[in-house]
Design a protein around this ligand. Sequence first.
Ligand code: NAD
Length: 274
Amino acid sequence: MGRLDGKVAFITGAARGQGRSHAVRLAEEGAAIIAVDLCEQIPSVFYPLATKDDLDETQRLVEAAGGRIVTAVADVRDRDALQAAYDEGAREFGYIDVILPNAGIMPVLGPGFEEQAWHDSIATMLTGVWHTLEVAVPPLIARGQGGVVIITSSSAGLSSIGLNTAPGQAAYVAAKHGVVGLMRLYASQLAKHSIRVVTVHPTGVNTPMVVNQGYDEFMQANPEAMNNPNYKNPMPVELIDPVDISNAIVYLASDEARYVTGVTFPVDAGYLNR
Ligand SMILES: NC(=O)c1ccc[n+]([C@@H]2O[C@H](COP(=O)([O-])OP(=O)(O)OC[C@H]3O[C@@H](n4cnc5c(N)ncnc54)[C@H](O)[C@@H]3O)[C@@H](O)[C@H]2O)c1
């Protein structure tokens, strides 16, 4: 018996990285998965985003874990496209009760794209999260059986230590703080429906967002960032693994956490407690 038997999870940014790990880990615990990803490049992002092949690989891994999955290509910046993806999943599984707005970008460098980097970051990680809530929450309320929304923020959603004011990074901090406000608002509004809303706050995670050539070059060119003790985890780990976040999400999505709502949940090797 799995800890999430009978649940259906809607996950954005699920083609790779943490989103893929959540899809596989939740499937291992018995959940059915609707996996959504852009599968296209955003020009202001300096590292390659996921492809349709990556999303297909998520499907293969979920099925190998014994799970059921529907995949959809959609941009969280586009509410209508996200609605179509949601509808496709809901048609297949009948309902959705776990919502994971996870899609994200980090256009830290983007020379020549500075202004655009700001807009793309806010559109993906703040407006995109709001779109996900607007699409997925009304059917949860209508169903009347509770549910949970777990928004992926970041340690940069509770602190700005170690970060700089490059437009992409400033927007990243603003969006990741912004979703904490959204979480608090929706958590208080939805409590009477037994719908829980929380944020998770990972420290650096070993995914292509931060493990790529462009990010390495940025860190080499900015030794003050690389050597900044504030940029390091107190626990002896440079990057944690996607499954470390997935395991927290399994707990938060499960009935074990049935009265946990309105909280900011760090998975950060002590980063925020310095
Ligand atoms: N990796 C880290 O160090 C770290 C730390 C804290 C928080 N986060 C957050 O975790 C989440 C997952 O990131 P990750 O580390 O797995 O990175 P990742 O780049 O591997 O995965 C992000 C996924 O989101 C997708 N995506 C991007 N823009 C999209 C859009 N507009 N619509 C739909 N899909 C889109 C990408 O194609 C990609 O598959 C993000 O919100 C990120 O900000 C990451």
